[in-house]
Write a new protein. Structure first.
Length: 317
């Protein structure tokens, strides 16, 4: 059963401390730091693995609510609580946590852990960082390949990315994929909802034929807005998470969030049980899902090729 926690503000204490079996209250504290609201999904798998929030640890969750400029301040607030570890999502939150707290381990969900110098190698990251690498950078290029199957050769595609997650390696992989596919990309990197709106406004004059939403906690936070803008502009769009296709996007390709948060929970539990974060290999998912929403395709007046439908793990409508 999925556990959903609704955060009504940027700061929320999750779980009133419950009595332990020996009547001692939980004394260790962990922090959650994210741009969006999905990160508390890690708590359910943690409980299944024997670390129950409230009973075994106190959990302090801080969300920037889609505003990455708030992460530094929120990380400092977490560090003041002297947590044993901080769980993060995305490179910006991870860097903020590492900078704010010189002692806490950081368990991160990242699209490309080696980019930006966060770690030198996945099998032994060293320092205070470990987590899960969901291979966001190579999957951005794979998603462009899937989207290209719906478009005439030479079409222009909006590559919508997060300015705070942009890397030279990611740019190079997308450029190489676009050249191979005969696609022209309109690379646009944003840092706010207003910038997302502006990117879609500009795409009309550039005769964009599709949108590749690059992996990012920021863009995931605003995915409903992007789905609406894409529908309004009649643009086929592919997203980083399969669930977005279930929510009305045309296509989603990537690892399931439930799988990733279970992997992340395993890393958290190992550190709480005494492992050193830097000694734990950064894990990677091995299975990726393609979900296609035919109801959305029909609303766009789009025919999805049968060959693509046959490769999908799930077809909706």
């Amino acid at each position: 059963m999925k556990r959903r926690l609704l955060l009504g503000s940027a700061t929320a204490l999750i779980g009133v401390p419950l009595a332990r079996a020996d009547n001692r209250p939980a004394s260790r504290r962990i922090g959650l730091l994210t741009i969006g609201s999905d990160l508390p999904m890690v708590l359910g798998p943690m409980a299944e693995m024997g670390i129950v929030p409230g009973r075994d640890v106190l959990v302090e969750s801080k969300s920037a609510e889609g505003r990455p400029e708030r992460l530094t301040g929120l990380a400092a607030e977490l560090a003041a609580l002297r947590p044993t570890l901080i769980v993060t999502s995305g490179p910006q939150a991870t860097r903020a946590a590492l900078a704010a707290d010189p002692d806490a381990a950081v368990i991160a969900l990242l699209g490309s852990a080696r980019e930006g110098g966060l770690v030198a190698q996945l099998n032994r990251p060293g320092g205070r960082l470990t987590g899960v690498n969901f291979q966001g950078t190579p999957l951005n290029a794979k998603r462009l390949e899937l989207l290209a199957e719906l478009l005439p050769r030479g079409s222009r595609v909006l590559s919508l990315g997060d300015a705070g997650a942009r890397t030279a390696e990611g740019d190079a992989l997308l450029a190489a994929a676009a050249k191979r596919l005969g696609i022209v990309t309109q690379d646009t990197y944003v840092n706010s909802p207003a910038a997302i709106d502006a990117a879609f406004d500009k795409s009309a004059s550039l005769r964009v034929r599709g949108v590749n939403v690059l992996g990012s906690p920021l863009l995931n936070t605003h995915r409903a807005r992007i789905v609406t803008l894409a529908e309004r502009a009649k643009l086929p769009t592919i997203f980083q998470w399969p669930r977005t296709a279930r929510e009305g996007g045309l296509m989603g390709y990537g690892a399931g969030l439930e799988t990733l948060y279970r992997m992340l929970a395993g890393q958290v539990v190992r550190v709480l049980q005494g492992a050193r974060a830097g000694d734990l290999p950064i894990e990677q998912p091995s299975r990726f899902e393609l979900v296609i929403n035919l109801r959305t395709a029909r609303s766009l007046g789009l025919t999805v090729p049968q060959a693509l439908l046959l490769r999908a793990d799930e077809v909706i409508g």
